[in-house]
Design a protein around this ligand. Sequence first.
Ligand code: PLP
Length: 262
Amino acid sequence: MAQRPAVLVIAGSDSSGGAGLARDVRTLEAMGADALCALTAVTAQTDARVLGVHPVPAEHVRLQIEAAFAARTIGAVKIGMLAGRETVEAVADALRSAPGVPVVLDPVLRASSGGVLLEDAGCERLRARLLPLTSLLTPNLPEAAWLTGDVPDPDPDAARIIGWAQRLLADGARAVLIKGGHAAGREAADVLVRPGAEPLWLSGPRLAASRRGTGCALASAIAAALAAGAGLPEACRRGRAHVRALLEEAGASAGGPEQPSR
Ligand code: PLP
């Protein structure tokens, strides 16, 4: 039997179980990929608050990445929470020795509760060192604004969103998927922006459900699809379908409409 594709997840844990590494591993399992893990930080969280962040020493993050590449042929890398500058540097150093492996970077800056998951110095290093190694960057609307030094806009128009994506491409990312979950409107639209191609809008009806960890799930599902050999547009479509199923499940278990999906 052929071996399943392997994805290396570089991420933090969320003690509440909704987001972070636990969500990534469950997503990869559902997508038929094996998860190898490099834990970057141990967080204590509820859905409403980040109580504390305990970073794993950067040197040990690097060692976990090296061990993963020694153990398996890695088909894709998914990066989530990085906590601080030193970890960003360690991840960038470790990934430089793995050229050609697709890297999906979910720029986890804050939890939905507002708690900080990457400090400002780390954010600056992420832009300088990790964007040039990134095959696909998956910011939500506030993250796209912050990463480009702009102010978040609750309902940006298409030109503004594409402008953010173009700046992130200029900073070195090879493709950007800006997620529209935080916007208003009946349609939830993400846009895939690549150099030399028309922006690809992927949209569907906005679901009246909300769930933690949908950003983690999307990036992990896309990484699994890339590791299985899908092209970028198809991988994004499969990732969106996975998140849609998660949100439908959340809506069904809550028994009715809640807040807008993210
Ligand atoms: N906590 C950790 C460890 C995460 O990695 C993430 C997202 O990637 C979050 C929290 C944020 O999830 P949410 O936006 O659902 O709060």
